[in-house]
Ligand binder design. Structure first.
Ligand code: BGC
Length: 273
């Protein structure tokens, strides 16, 4: 658990973090728990071992966590995840729409299955989870001792909601979709005091992009794209997610916060153009 964050900014709040058995989702779950939130550790399927470990780490630090298996692209699974969360904790205050994947291929070789899987998980999954969360936020309304907002939705997007990405058309299309899904939801839900924002991570050291940073040669290439001169850590995202979920960001809605060491600054233009 991160030890530098213990101001209890999320005290008493319930957070569902999709895809939180590893990578960025895990870091967000740990950071939110460190701030007093009770966590739903969601994993998509397969063995629950990694998700259980995250939940155990949270519980051994004195916070609450439950593990729920759900494929975010499956409407039934998503409904059951929210029902189980509400049955266990009484409500939901924060949704972190984090679950996502890559199925990379050259455009001309990309199969319909690769296209659909990425769009289903990365975009439809965010829609399905956000819809259930918003329904619960509207039902419950604001609880002033917990937060000024009736609920917070954080969508995990990417620098690739604005940076085109050859060889990853399905992924970039899904994140471009997340951008306008997020903004449209934010516009529609703001009058109900529901805040919706995205985080746009750049290159963060997680399993999804291991080949881009695990050897010194690969890391050197990657750093050419990062003006700030280091590859991100999952905790870089966890800290920002806590802030976006807390009342410190109460006037922030409909925006993407890029956490990318400057990757969206077009570093190629630092010397050219
Ligand atoms: C991708 C990573 C990639 C990063 C920067 C992320 O959204 O999932 O694979 O390293 O963007 O390009």
């Amino acid at each position: 658990m991160p030890s530098n964050v213990n101001a209890n900014r999320l005290q008493g709040q319930i957070a569902i973090v999709t895809g939180s058995s590893s990578g960025i989702g895990k870091a967000v779950a740990l950071a939110m728990a460190a701030e007093g939130a009770s966590i739903v550790v969601n994993y998509p399927g397969g063995t629950p071992d990694a998700a259980n470990q995250v939940a155990d780490e949270i519980k051994s630090a004195g916070r609450k966590a439950i593990v729920i298996q759900a494929d975010v692209s499956n409407e039934d699974d998503v409904k059951k995840m929210f029902a189980k969360t509400i049955e266990t904790y009484g409500t939901v205050d924060i949704l972190v729409n984090n679950a996502g994947l890559q199925k990379d291929a050259a455009f001309v070789d990309m199969t319909l299955a690769q296209w659909k899987l990425v769009l289903d998980v990365n975009l439809t999954g965010q829609f399905l989870c956000a819809r259930e969360a918003a329904r619960e936020f509207l039902r419950r309304g604001i609880v002033p001792v917990k937060s000024k907002a009736a609920g917070k939705i954080i969508c995990m997007s990417s620098v690739h909601e604005v940076i085109p990405w050859a060889g990853h058309c399905n992924y970039a299309a899904s994140k471009g979709g997340v951008m306008l899904l997020m903004k449209s939801m934010a516009q529609e839900l703001a009058p109900h005091k529901i805040r919706v924002n995205s985080i746009g991570p750049g290159a963060i050291k997680t399993p999804i992009n291991r080949s881009a940073w695990e050897t010194p040669e690969a890391e050197k290439e990657l750093l050419k794209l990062i003006p700030y001169g280091r590859v991100g850590e999952p905790s870089d995202i966890g800290l920002v997610a806590v802030w976006l979920a807390s009342d410190e960001s109460d006037y922030v809605t409909g925006t993407t916060l890029f956490v990318d060491g400057g990757m969206t600054l077009y570093p190629g233009f630092a010397t050219g153009g």
